[in-house]
Design a protein around this ligand. Structure first.
Ligand SMILES: Cc1cc2nc3c(=O)[nH]c(=O)nc-3n(C[C@H](O)[C@H](O)[C@H](O)COP(=O)(O)OP(=O)(O)OC[C@H]3O[C@@H](n4cnc5c(N)ncnc54)[C@H](O)[C@@H]3O)c2cc1C
Length: 463
């Protein structure tokens, strides 16, 4: 802390300019509060800089390469497909830079809001105000919102400390294409990255310790995704923990798994996320965190200390941009006298493999475990006419309905356009209406969504 600088006084301090923080800070400043937004890294956090924005931008380059290779299927002769990896990464970086610059301009243009660059931490209390630092700047605020997000969790694999390895940040900084990318972790980030890099011309191997990839999803979904990605040339090793990771002199890295040795040029570790809370010095003000550092909250996103809230990934109530942003909206509504809660929020997300997986509510396994009487309907994408017309027929659809209430309680849609189609169901679920309302609504032809009413007409008991 720089003692020559005066202590700054604020009504509100927001730590972390991720997905909830900027909107919270700008809205409260717009309501007349004096607000500090403290950011130690890059404004926009994970999503803008090394999460959603870059991966979905790069995914498009990968999809263009995929379609160009398949051009003959559509009666188009595109010639030999060559990948300009650096150009694809450059396009991605441009989108990231534009997005961050736009957000920064909004923040710095907001009256009443001060962006403090530096890592934020608590130092104690002065009466009913919290004392903090942002880098070398001391400040005080009456209310504090924590929005510090997560980073890649690197498990203690034997040998990992001696081997150069990539995470979601450093992978996106590559400007030379990996010859053979080995990915440890067969979940959302690993699979999205794996398919993208495969389509951009890398050899890709995915290693997953669980018995199957996307272990949280229905078995049929895991199977369909495995087949789809194998069909594109991705290799899988499942069901065994990594035994050892080592350098191969001048030639890359080797991973031993299930007694087999896999050699590659680069290693990506995609095995989950750790919360960015250790820098915050939470103990100085008595905020409780769990054993992994996540900060529990009540439904209003309040921590155990009155006057301090935790929003976004660090409260473990979601791991997505939309959940973080909605956390901020809940807090803003409640500060204006509302009674919104994150309790009972129905989980909804997409995994952006191509085709994508759209998910809402329960999976088949979760419905079974819940013990409730459930109705189910399944459909294959190969029978969806729009998918046939697109020549993109991989995937399946499943909808689950509670037999007693007749409400939809879950859906897994893997297939063309399903990141969008799933929102028909999630928005419908938010109305609390019986499934018959959606079944009897008029759909548009030819769309993937037009099969939802058809599916809802085929319900039978889940065995
Ligand atoms: C590869 C990848 C792809 C993803 N794709 C998607 C997707 O397609 N859709 C989706 O919904 N989600 C996606 N996610 C998840 C999404 O990025 C996160 O859920 C979201 O960014 C979480 O937002 P947040 O507000 O909690 O924190 P973050 O966005 O992580 O922001 C936290 C900010 O706090 C700052 N910070 C941390 N500690 C301090 C401190 N002590 N002082 C000051 N600043 C601090 C950090 O520098 C960071 O800027 C993806 C994530 C990854 C890694």
């Amino acid at each position: 802390m720089n003692k020559s600088k005066p202590v700054l006084e604020f009504d509100v301090a927001v730590i972390g300019a991720g997905q909830a923080g900027p909107n919270l800070a700008m809205t409260l400043a717009g309501r007349g509060e004096k607000v500090a937004l403290i950011e130690g890294g890059l404004v926009g956090g994970s999503c803008v800089n090394y999460g959603c924005t870059p991966t979905k931008t790069l995914r498009k380059s990968a999809r263009v390469a995929y379609l160009a290779r398949r051009a003959g299927d559509f009666g188009i002769q595109a010639g030999k497909v060559e990948i300009d990896f650096a150009a694809a990464m450059g396009r991605m970086q441009q989108r990231v830079d534009e997005s961050r610059a736009g957000l920064e301009a909004s923040i710095t243009g907001q009256d009443g809001l001060t962006l403090l660059r530096g890592w934020g931490a608590f130092t104690g209390r002065a009466g009913d105000r919290f004392e903090l630092t942002a880098g070398d700047q001391a400040l005080r605020a009456a209310r504090v919102f924590l929005n510090t997000g997560t980073r890649a969790f690197i498990p203690p694999l034997p040998g990992i400390d001696d081997v150069p390895h990539l995470d979601n940040v450093s992978l996106l900084q590559l400007r030379e294409r990996p010859r053979h990318l080995i990915i440890i972790g067969g979940s959302y980030i690993g699979l999205e990255m794996g398919q993208i890099f495969r389509r951009l011309g890398s050899e890709v191997t995915v290693i997953e310790a669980g018995p199957r990839i996307t272990g949280h999803e229905n078995e049929a979904v895991s199977k369909a995704i495995t087949e789809m990605l194998r069909g594109e040339g991705i290799h899988f090793y499942t069901g065994n923990e990594v035994e050892r990771v080592e350098n191969i002199f001048d030639a890359g890295i080797a991973v031993t798994v299930g007694g087999q040795r896999v050699e590659g040029s680069h290693l990506l570790v995609a095995t989950g996320r750790s919360p960015n809370t250790e820098r915050l010095n939470l103990a100085a003000v008595g905020v409780k965190a769990d054993e992994r550092g996540f900060v529990p909250t009540n439904g209003k996103l309040q921590t155990n200390v009155p006057g301090i809230w935790a929003v976004g990934d660090i409260n473990k109530r979601g791991a997505f941009t939309h959940t973080s942003y909605q956390d901020g909206q809940i807090v803003l509504a409640n500060l204006k006298g509302g009674a919104r809660s994150a309790d009972g929020r129905v989980s909804t997300y997409a995994m952006y493999t191509d085709p994508p997986l759209g998910r809402v509510g329960l999976s088949e396994g979760e419905a079974r475990e819940s013990g409730r009487a459930t109705l189910v309907a399944n459909f294959q994408m190969k029978d969806v006419s729009r998918a046939k017309e697109e020549s993109e027929t991989a995937g399946l659809m499943q909808i689950l309905v509670d037999e007693q209430s007749e409400e939809i309680v879950g859906a897994s849609l893997l297939g063309f356009g399903c990141d969008e189609v799933i929102q028909v169901i999630s928005n419908f679920m938010a109305t609390g209406a019986r499934y018959q309302v959606l079944r009897d609504a008029l759909p548009i032809h030819p769309t993937v969504a037009e099969f939802l009413p058809f599916l809802l007409d085929q319900l039978e008991p889940l065995k």
